[in-house]
Design a protein around this ligand. Sequence first.
Ligand SMILES: Cc1ncc(COP(=O)(O)O)c(C=O)c1O
Length: 477
Amino acid sequence: MSSEKTFHMTPDEFRRYGHAVVDWIADYYSRIESFPVLSQVKPGQIRASLPEVAPEKGERFDTILNDIDKLILPGITHWQSPNFFAYFPSNASGPAILGDLLSSGLDVQGMLWSTSPACTELETHVLDWLVPMLGLPGKFLSSSTGGGVIQDTASSSSLCALLAARERATNYTSNQKGCDGRIVAYASTQTHSSLEKAAMVAGIGVNNLRLIEVDENFAVRPEVLAKQIEADKRAGLLPSFVCATIGTTSSNAMDPIAEIARICRQHDLWLHVDAAMSGTAALCPEFRHLQNGVEFADSYCFNPHKWMFTNFDCDCFWVADRKALIKTLSILPEYLRNQATEMGAVIDYRDWHIPLGRRFRSLKLWFVIRHYGLEGLQHHVREHVRLAQQFADWVRKDDRFELVAPVPLNLVCFRHKAGDEANQIIMDRLNRSGDLFLTHTKLNGKLTLRLCVGQTNTQERHVVNAWKRICEEAEEA
Ligand SMILES: Cc1ncc(COP(=O)(O)O)c(C=O)c1O
């Protein structure tokens, strides 16, 4: 008693509604500046507007799509608004969104080469493209000893790097035996909190993650790092891993990679470089001096989903020695065995990160690189840096304000001289106004405002207006 009845969307319906969704997105981008950048809803407000229980009967697609405007948009903080200056950006672009849509349409699961060869080979190829585009060392190429892989986030990359370092330092025994509390990792007080989480997850323990003091520019002090490693060795511990940052989250500080690399080589430590946002700047040769020494890194990551116009999630992670990474993360159960893997002729990316399953993320990255070309990417990165530098100049010339950290690229850390309370008031008023969104940090114990120029569509007029609004609120504060 078979039935032809189906609840699925037909291909014709999909085409019609798909066009409607693309239209919706295009309209959203053309009206995005009319929304308050920071969502103004109260906690629980969105849930309170949703039905208590799931629908028994399917609903019409246009009804569902209408609810995006009615129920969801009020609870959206508009990361893609050109007036978004908060945190670090998470920027998107037309080619990236369309590449991601195709990835959803194909919906392949690329855990093994054989489960969709194009998913693996395009990823390897695009990550090889990026090595010379970013001035990274040739050892990161798949044709050399290393190779690149797309991870969801920089947090995952750092965790994988730490795991591989842990294994290498223990002669590949800690996966079997567990950690004995002797492995030590190093970062700075300014390193992203994901390293602390990685130390927890990797079984290193937060007490064995040394957060090294920084200098007046918030960059790690290599001489303090060297002394700490020596002291740990004398105490019978096993120093194994250093994370250096190109562009710290709080203030965009640049750790001195070359000096840190020298210390790592001397003590045989794994050097991981986290360039989550600022790595994108290396597309422009004039900013590459910020990564001097990267040729000595064992691993490196940056997030195209932050500043390279590729929508979330997309983190590129390279290692110099892929064998170390694969040896750390490889497990081959019977049900995944296949001829291509057995022959050793292919990359199986499941061995390069934590999850087994993986999306076809390289499609959106491929689209972005092909749409913009290196020239287009460089143009927009340079423009963002120019606008941030211009903003920094306005701050410098205004007696009411001060810069709190160097401005190497596109993040400006500044404060009103009237103190923490005044800065808090200025920021709260700006964010409540919906005209722009910026966030804060604490530097030298003082509340500091951060303005990061990196949203895809931010232009000069948005930065000019941001400064005008900041000055207006400063008058009131
Ligand atoms: C320097 C740095 N590393 C790591 C991260 C974490 O990024 P993700 O969300 O990709 O894990 C950030 C986030 O802003 C960051 O700035």
